[in-house]
Design a protein around this ligand. Structure first.
Ligand code: GLY
Length: 369
């Protein structure tokens, strides 16, 4: 039986980031992925690093997002050197448009608490916006500009992590499914897969929306559920908006590839990944309401992914109580890409018995039991 320090179940952005951080600390991991690496929610991600735009209230999740966002600049450099892959970090900021009086009030309130927390925000009235971008957005109730909320290319980030971790000794096995965990008393000592057994001192469940199913194989009740997101890719040869535009429910992310990413629905549809006319139609009409010229763009494709949701919107990060050597990093919901760097760091700290740099108690695995 092949032996590793750690078996990671799930080859999405979270599993790959954990593998990379373990490899940097000298631990050898095997990452098993039931399909291709990054082929589930990672490939569908717009790549927004919305530490401010995605957060509606202060708290542990906001703090974690700010910490994680700050890691991307150094990571870009580090991964470029190790892997040669550019993660396409674009630092143009995110504009959150207010679409009603109520939305305006809530964004002004958000501006206040985020500024008080030391984060950069700028408020633009409708007239200011028109001076910047003409009639691009029709009429608005003002907008909150978040200059530090950047974007990356999700699959470039994944490729960079895989290549860098691979160079440091991580083994990635695609089309490899978990059959079960191997236990010795109340300790995990390995995993069984369709490609054979692997011995390990620790295992991590990082299987995104499938983490609940994987958890059950270890007798663990992990309330992670799929939240479907459908998106559209439009041809966008000459960008009219340099920054990401975000409103309640819809966002448009201009990519350096010449595409405009229009996302994303939030649907409770179980594990169904069908692209539906209803979903795409809803996206297009919402986008056209914000930016009327969007309907003239060419069709380039569409994406579907299943976010790993949790009841309180927080990820599960930590060790499973009562089962030594089993860890969970899942339930990142809308914030998987944003939170992947800090998740990799704190999980590697936990697994190597260092005190994590972040208080993980708000994210503990047992909090909803
Ligand atoms: N983070 C954007 C989304 O999940 O749709």
């Amino acid at each position: 039986m092949q032996g590793y320090d750690v078996c990671i179940v799930g080859g999405g952005i979270i599993g790959c980031s954990i593998a990379y951080n373990l490899a940097k600390r000298g631990l050898r991991s095997v990452v098993i992925e039931k399909n291709a690496l990054g082929s589930e929610s990672t490939q569908a991600g717009a790549g927004m690093l919305g530490a401010q735009v995605e957060m509606e209230k202060p708290g542990a999740l906001f703090d974690l997002g700010i910490l994680s966002r700050a890691l991307f600049r150094d990571l870009q450099q580090e991964l470029k050197e190790l892997s040669g892959v550019d993660i396409e970090l674009q630092t143009s900021g995110i504009l959150r448009l207010a679409v009603s009086e109520e939305d305006r009030r809530s964004l002004l309130d958000r501006r206040e608490w985020q500024s008080a927390a030391g984060q950069k925000t700028e408020w633009l009235e409708d007239d200011d916006l028109r001076k910047e971008v003409g009639d691009l957005f029709g009429s608005t109730y003002g907008a909150l500009f978040l200059p530090k909320d950047h974007q990356i290319r999700a699959m470039a980030f994944l490729r960079a992590l895989v290549s860098a971790a691979g160079r440091l000794g991580t083994v990635f096995l695609e089309h490899t499914e978990l059959i079960g965990f191997v236990r010795k008393g109340d300790r995990i000592v390995g995993i069984e897969t369709n490609n054979g057994p692997f011995a390990a001192d620790a295992a991590v469940i990082a299987a995104g929306a499938w983490s609940g199913i994987v958890g059950k194989m270890a007798g663990l009740e992990l309330p992670v559920f799929p939240v479907k997101g459908q998106s559209i890719l439009a041809d966008f040869p000459t960008p009219v908006t340099p920054f990401t535009v975000f409103t309640h429910g819809t966002y448009m992310v201009p990519k350096v590839t010449g595409h405009l990413y229009i996302g994303a629905t939030m649907e409770m549809a179980g594990f169904d990944k069908t692209a539906t006319l209803q979903g795409l139609n809803r996206l297009l009409s919402d986008a056209a309401r914000i930016m009327p010229s969007v309907g003239k763009l060419g069709w380039s494709g569409n994406l579907v992914g299943l976010r790993p949701g949790s009841q309180d919107g927080l990820p599960f990060l930590g060790q499973v109580p009562g089962l030594d050597g089993l860890y969970v990093a899942s339930g990142h919901f809308r914030n998987g890409l944003l939170l992947s760097p800090i998740t990799g760091v704190v999980m590697a700290e936990l697994i190597t018995s260092c005190t994590p740099r972040v208080d993980l108690s708000p994210f503990r695995v047992s909090r909803l039991w």
